[in-house]
Design a binder for this molecule. Sequence first.
Ligand code: PHE
Length: 454
Amino acid sequence: MAKQTFGSKAGLIAATVGSAVGLGNIWRFPAEVQANGGGAFLLVYILCVFLLGVPVMMGEFALGRGGRGDTISVYRRLAPGKPWWLTGVLGLLASYTILSFYLVVAGWTLEYLVSSVTGDLYATIPGDAPGSSAQFAHRMAEYVATPVKPVVFTILLIVINAVVLLGGVQKGIEKMSNLLMPVLFLLLILFCCVSLSLPEAGEGVTFFLKPDFSKITPGVCIDALGQAFFSLSLGMGTLVTYSSYFPKDTRLGRTAVTVSALDLLVALMMGIVIFPAVMSFGLANESFEGATLVFVTLPEVFMQMPGTQAWSILFFLLLLIAAVTSTISLAEVAVAFAADRYFKGNRRKSLLLVLLPLLIVSPLCSLSNGVLSHVTIFGQTLFNFLDTFSTNILLPLVGLTMCIYLGWFAPRGFLEEELTNRGAIRSLWPRVAMVLLRYVAPLLILLIFISRFA
Ligand code: PHE
């Protein structure tokens, strides 16, 4: 079967941005900003995006398009007989692991969307003051721990993934992204405008944008690095897989800068949405830790606004779009691999192989927040274990080995050829990216890695 490609430049950017923009931008980023002293974190984060994110993304793009294949076969093709393909195996493992619990969280967002529509989300709970954080905290704790509903929503998300992925690269992934990404940006712009018109907007924006340099500590830098990695979808084979669908004339350097900048823009816009809102409604001292920002604090904000339900629906729609486009890219890593390797390009069979196990693992993950919470792996519930194992161990490991491969072991001139489209364009990127991939990125990633165990 001929190798599939994206049909247009805009489609390819929409799909890749769709992968990068996810729950990481919408709730993890503001939570990190809050926990790490506001503007100081933002400043370090921006540096991380450009110093680490952009070159690693270029590297993944070069690997994917140059190696023309899934995350494992690119290494087999470029380094036959060498063990580098194991990096691809780890990438595949990372994406599949993340997918298994990300689907559960995406399921929560769908449930919150549905219950915003029905109004259940805002129904009072006996014993809790109406609209209080206790009300929403109880609701969330109860919902996450009940056995049936979250499993049903998780399965619904698996079905949505199946439908889109069955359509293939152009008619599935690209079409969905072309449709959903503009909606996501429009919703974000709307929320920014509303938030900026609130009474304490200035204070919120100042907290978010004005760096207090005394707050920049090694811990803040490490957190910013980890966040950049997660947010840009690095180290999971997703970008390698998507870029294997890039046409030959795609400018990889420019695309990496565009995708990273748009991902950063979404994070910035979320900061502009969240901080003025929590300041204006007196919620700035609530902790955003875990999922509380979106499932507890924001419903409290909406409760205080006229048109509660409408805002709530629009917000959870935004969150769902961000989550779905990310799960699709995570699943595509395994779908592409299995289709190429085992089914002669037949995506239908490959989808079955990839999604069927998820019908068991993801519900188990969901149940580990409630009825199965006593079953632990290394002292953690299944959900938390998969989260920490993939984010703290697999991601940095894959990122590190990939940089070492590209920087030191890839065929001579490989990166340059890919970044200049075989000499067709002149670009400074190959040299800059090479230095960053050889020395800077491995060092930084090593730092993240060590810090997780220190
Ligand atoms: N980047 C996504 C986010 O910010 C998560 C993700 C990671 C998606 C890796 C795909 C691959 O939420």
